[in-house]
Design a protein around this ligand. Structure first.
Ligand SMILES: [Zn+2]
Length: 373
């Protein structure tokens, strides 16, 4: 009874606005996207990397939900429709980048959908997009661009220099320079000239980026290091007092199982490191996949290598074969339609629960910042 009276007295001393404030808002949101990193892939990565299930760092997060990834009119999504749903809150057709379901892929533009990155730019936050695959591929491009076909890499990348909100995405680091520059040439465009017109430079390595840069673009050909890129990005974006939005994509396709699973193990390690770089009280970490993938652990036991027999398999098969069957793991190179996990920590993480459509991730990020559509 005494304790009750004391706490009541304390509440009365607080200003009314503080008492009625409700859940804490996020200053920063870091969206962590394991491309094709479904639940079976997380399971296999934990076993390969740590010798047992549920040993990944992100598998220790308290707030989890299950996200349906289906695109408009279908059951199995590609990265374009999958990421569009996550960053705009609207489902669209496969192959379409942040345009509505009125789009005809490759033929006719649909409604331009405002992305969470564009909201952040509009509000004056710092923004960043990182990937360890082509930086104009569907997942990163859906954050900063809009197109009726994901194949329009150069058109999408060039939209960085014609932002619809704010001063455009601040930090973009990723690979694919040769491919992207060639694709620009084919449509008669010059990426370096377009950047220069906006007073920007697209560096060809992370090493060239000035150490104290608040804004920087780097598109790299070989040896891109996502870990280093992420740390540099966080340091750059943190200089904005209003906060930031950062999307980090790591490819978790496991058509080459060992490489794919090791990338996911490394991504998990990076995520652990990132949680120590920011104030956990003001940063929402949101992990998910754009879709699942047909990799399964169907046998095996403790103490036995998960990928037993893979070295022998490689000697007798082409590296890009569609299907692989080992003693404990089988893989068929296709996306699959079942739900993917959403895991969260930080302010707003409590909204991640139960089964949800992938479009709900957009709502979760908006609510975490305290923004209305
Ligand atoms: Zn994908």
């Amino acid at each position: 009874m005494i304790r009750f009276l004391v706490s009541t007295a304390l509440v009365c001393l607080l200003p009314a606005s503080a008492a009625a404030k409700g859940p804490k808002k996020a200053k920063n949101v870091i969206l962590l996207l394991a491309d094709a990193g479904g639940i079976p892939t997380l399971n296999a990565a934990s076993i390969l990397g740590h010798g047992a299930p549920q040993k990944l760092f992100l598998q220790s997060w308290e707030h989890i939900g299950l996200s349906d990834t289906s695109p408009a009119g279908g059951w199995v999504t590609d990265s374009a429709a999958g990421m569009t749903a996550i960053v705009t809150g609207k489902k669209t057709h496969n192959g379409v980048i942040s345009q509505g379901d009125d789009t005809v892929r490759g033929k006719q533009d649909g409604a331009t959908l405002k992305t969470i990155l564009e909201y952040a730019e509009e509000k004056g936050l710092a923004t960043g997009v990182l990937s360890n695959v082509l930086i104009a591929d569907a997942t990163p491009a859906a954050c900063y661009g809009h197109a009726n076909d994901r194949g329009k890499h150069a058109e999408l990348f060039l939209q960085i220099f014609e932002p619809r909100f704010g001063d455009g995405v601040d930090v973009v680091f990723g690979p694919g320079r040769k491919r992207l520059w060639e694709s620009a040439q084919k449509i008669g465009k010059d990426i370096d000239a377009a950047a220069k017109q906006r007073g920007r430079t697209v560096y060809s390595s992370l090493a060239e980026v000035p150490a104290d840069a608040r804004r920087a673009l780097a598109v790299v050909d070989d040896g891109f290091d996502l870990n280093e890129a992420a740390k540099r990005a966080v340091k750059a974006l943190q200089q904005n007092r209003k906060g930031f939005f950062l999307m980090i994509e790591s490819d978790a396709h496991t058509n080459q199982p060992e490489a794919g699973l090791n990338r996911l193990i490394a991504f998990d390690k990076l995520i652990r490191e990132l949680t120590t770089m920011v104030n956990p009280e003001e940063t929402l970490f949101l992990f998910t996949a754009d879709h699942s993938f047909d990799l399964r652990v169907f046998s095996g036991k403790r103490g036995e290598p998960l990928l037993k027999g893979y070295d022998e398999w490689k000697k007798t098969h082409e590296p890009n074969e569609r299907s692989i069957k080992l003693a404990s793991v089988r893989m068929d190179n296709s996306h699959t339609g079942e739900e993917v996990v959403v895991a969260a920590r930080g302010p707003g993480a409590e909204r991640v629960r139960g089964f949800m459509p992938n479009t709900h991730l957009f709502e979760i990020m908006m609510a975490a910042y305290g923004w209305a559509r």
